[in-house]
Design a protein around this ligand. Structure first.
Ligand code: CDP
Ligand code: CDP
Length: 222
């Protein structure tokens, strides 16, 4: 039997991490772990419980009562569960997106979620995507990828995604929000978004999803 390795995919917002990670996991018959969804769930719960996103202590207490689950669906997006409730759609809403970087900057929040992510990835056979996977969650991952793309193209990808959902959002506003979130994620004190030294950098500007997946597969030496 070939050894099941761990694959870490990091990068800024809309670089294509989840799309590519999910396809790769399917091809390899690995488990796909969307760590961003975990930070989004706790952010959603924080707002729902009227907790201030700056209140680390209250968020940590809340997190202890929250179980986060994933359900794979063949072609549709993965279902995200919060204590059994389907929160797949609500965790992508603007209010959550605009507060998630603040919630995920808390050291104790990260400590709890990183431990849960490490538990899921313990036996390998995972493709995990996020911001600190190659640097903090799975520093020993056999393959680390850092996906980037110009902010213009990333905003365009998000814009098209919104249009497909029937939402016509302002392009410049979207671009600014993406740039702001990247800045917060890259400048926080605890595990900021940074390329791991041993990660392979792929600039996906102008690259199709298929080409990105094929490039990553070419790095696989199993
Ligand atoms: O899909 P998108 O790029 O919009 O973001 P995401 O992967 O859903 O992550 C949402 C937010 O969670 C990020 O902007 C980070 O603030 C945080 N995050 C993190 O801090 N560490 C991770 N490993 C994953 C996400
Ligand atoms: O997870 P992350 O925020 O990094 O990005 P994503 O949600 O996987 O991708 C954002 C959007 O860009 C999706 O609609 C993808 O279909 C699209 N995409 C693309 O057009 N070309 C790529 N090379 C990668 C993603």
């Amino acid at each position: 039997m070939t050894k099941k390795i761990s694959i870490a995919i990091d990068g800024p917002a809309s670089a294509g991490k989840s799309t590519v990670a999910k396809l790769l996991a399917k091809k390899l018959n690995y488990v796909y772990v969307d760590t961003g969804a975990m930070y989004r769930v706790i952010t959603y719960a924080t707002l729902k419980n009227n907790i201030n996103p700056s209140d680390e202590k209250a968020i940590v207490k809340l997190l202890e009562t929250i179980e986060i689950g994933f359900q794979s669906n063949d072609d549709a997006p993965q279902t995200v569960l919060m204590n059994g409730e389907d929160v797949t759609e609500v965790i992508r809403e603007d209010l959550v997106t605009n507060n998630v970087s603040q919630v995920s900057a808390h050291e104790q929040v990260r400590k709890i979620l990183v431990a849960r992510q490490q538990e899921i990835g313990r036996n390998g056979g995972v493709v995990m995507d996020g911001r600190d996977i190659g640097t903090a969650v799975m520093p020993n991952a056999e393959l680390k990828i850092f996906l980037v793309a110009s902010v213009e193209e990333r905003a365009e990808r998000r814009y098209k995604e919104n249009l497909a959902k029937g939402m016509d959002v302002d392009f410049e506003k979207l671009k600014q929000e993406i740039a702001d979130r990247d800045h917060k994620d890259m400048t926080r004190d605890v595990s900021p978004l940074i390329q791991a030294e041993d990660a392979k950098l792929i600039d996906t500007t102008g690259m199709s999803i298929e080409k990105v997946v094929n490039t990553i597969e070419s790095y696989l030496v199993i």
